[in-house]
Design a protein around this ligand. Structure first.
Ligand code: BG6
Length: 514
């Protein structure tokens, strides 16, 4: 004890001059990316690795190995990564950072079932451990479709790469989709877990890497203001929206047959729901956090009848702003008879003391009016406003809106008197915006998540149990839709199919128009 009076550490000048990066610099390690020539690696992973290096968060001998079918030399690979960095990095390009990173880049050519190529990869890891001090610590990033998980995992096991020696570590980072229903997710988890123990598996849900998503926890658990209101006594319902204006041109291979619910609700939106609805973890550790999310997911289920409590749609041609865009069935690569939904909405309930009776409405769609992701907690109207006939157009509903993106921030909506001689009350907004409140720019989600995986910090990664529970919630809805043929069409640039409006109108509610 230093004798500092209670609370004085707030003003400890030494602590405030400490470099906050220090505990966040990864120790000696390297990463192998499978699927390095894919879209995700080019647009997100490689730029994020450069940004981490540029922020001084990677170890000096960090090594990056690309594994793929192309006949590339080390130089070809470097040129490819340089293109990705120049196109996609968030931070400035610095030649010295790039040169240092490029020295540690290598490419190994091979298929996913190629014993010889995996043996070469294993030799490369050993050589790099000796030459660059990676110390046997390797992360394997599977940026490949789940059909290949099994091959890659078994090859890593066969060639001895999956097993760490001594105090070194081996981890695997995997990308969604984690299956297409609960059963396939369980099988996939069994395959991965047969090679890598659960504590070395990092499943990416990039929404959890977003600053605004982590801020849900800060908002709820660092403040006294919201806690008393965060329950069914005050909250009428919750709307979780992830709207996109983009269409699916070029993504048919991945998306056709998957659809909006599997692509987005099963992972991103159910994770948002879990963070908004879970109880406070007793400590901010991965185990405690995951255990609270698991409890709330276990209590979550669809509201029936699904014909009325869900909606789905497929975008048709229309005007998106000033641009005329084609419908899904005209997009290249899509089967004109495709029944894949590009819009999905559902009503969920959480059967516990805090949330019983509060519907959670989730919706997502492509080619909607604008790109916005937000969580709106809409409050019950005041019990008995004493103003008689206010001139408010409709009942006032206070709301707390967490704006995940764009315009990251938070908004509180409440009623206020309109200046004048009558008691007219109207909704006003109080707005917090990240860009105005902070000078620091938010890191990209992938920067945060890749670094966390290298640091063995698993709080922001869903466990196998969370993944399977999320499918369990969604499976009955998908099964119901599966029996119903083509989804209803909605024009591009609109806010989705009419059935989605009816879904809320039935409960005397309306969707927010963000
Ligand atoms: C991905 C989905 O997980 O998230 C895409 O597969 C979607 O369909 C994307 O476009 C959206 O991510 P973000 O970060 O742009 O909201």
């Amino acid at each position: 004890m230093t004798g500092i009076p209670h609370g004085a550490e707030w003003f400890n000048p030494l602590r405030d001059t400490e470099d906050k990066r220090l505990p966040r610099i990864a120790g000696p390690c390297g990463m192998v990316i499978f699927g390095v020539t894919g879209d995700l690696a080019y647009k997100k992973l490689l730029p994020a690795i450069y940004d981490l290096a540029n922020r001084g968060l990677l170890p000096p001998g960090f090594s990056l190995i690309g594994y793929g079918r192309r006949d590339w030399s080390k130089q070809d690979f470097e040129e490819y990564v340089l293109g990705a960095v120049k196109d996609g990095a968030r931070t400035d390009f610095r030649e010295n950072v790039w040169q240092r990173l490029a020295e540690g880049m290598f490419f190994v050519k091979g298929n996913f079932d190629d014993d010889k190529a995996f043996d070469t990869l294993a030799d490369t890891l050993k050589d790099l451990d000796d030459q660059r001090g990676t110390a046997g610590n390797w992360a394997f990033y599977l940026s490949v479709p789940p059909d290949y998980f099994s091959d890659v995992c078994h090859q890593l096991e066969r060639s001895g790469m999956a097993k760490a020696q001594g105090s070194s570590w081996r981890r695997v980072i995997i990308e969604k989709p984690f299956g297409h229903d609960q059963e396939s997710a369980t099988k996939l988890n069994e395959i991965v877990n047969s090679v890598f123990p659960e504590d070395s598996v990092f499943r990416i849900d990039h929404y959890l890497g977003k600053e605004t998503v982590q801020n849900i926890m800060a908002l709820r658990f660092a403040n006294q203001l919201f806690d008393p209101l965060w329950n069914n006594h005050f909250i009428d319902h919750v709307q979780i929206t992830m709207a996109e204006d983009i269409g699916l041109g070029g993504r048919a291979g991945y998306y056709d047959g998957i659809g909006a619910a599997r692509d987005v609700i099963q992972n991103h939106l159910l994770q948002l729901l879990a963070l908004v609805a879970m109880e406070e973890p007793i400590a901010f550790t991965p185990q405690e956090l995951q255990s609270e999310k698991i409890k709330v997911l276990k209590a979550t289920s669809p509201v029936y009848p699904l014909a009325k409590t869900t909606a789905r749609g497929q975008y048709a041609a229309g005007w998106q702003g000033s641009e005329y865009v084609v419908g899904l069935r005209e997009e290249e690569g899509f089967d004109p008879e495709s029944t894949t939904e590009t819009y999905a909405a559902c009503t969920l309930q959480i059967s516990n003391r805090r949330w019983a009776g509060v519907p959670f409405y989730l919706r997502t769609g492509k080619r909607l009016g604008r790109r916005v992701t937000e969580i709106a907690l809409v409050f019950k109207p005041a019990h008995h406003p004493p103003f008689g006939n206010t001139q408010a157009p409709e009942e006032l509903h206070n709301a707390v809106v967490i704006r995940v993106q764009p315009d990251e921030g938070m908004l509180m909506r409440f009623g206020s008197k309109v200046p004048g001689s009558t008691m007219e009350v109207r909704d006003v907004n109080m707005d917090f915006s990240y860009s105005e409140a902070f000078t620091e720019e938010s890191p990209e989600a992938y920067e945060r998540l890749i670094l966390d995986a290298l640091l063995d910090e698993s709080s922001l990664f869903p466990t196998n149990e969370e993944v399977e529970l999320s499918w369990k919630i969604l499976d009955p809805i998908l099964e119901y839709w599966g029996q119903r043929g083509r989804p209803e069409e909605y024009p591009a640039g609109s806010w989705g199919p009419e059935s989605a409006e009816r879904m809320l109108a039935r409960d005397n509610r309306t969707w927010r128009r963000p």
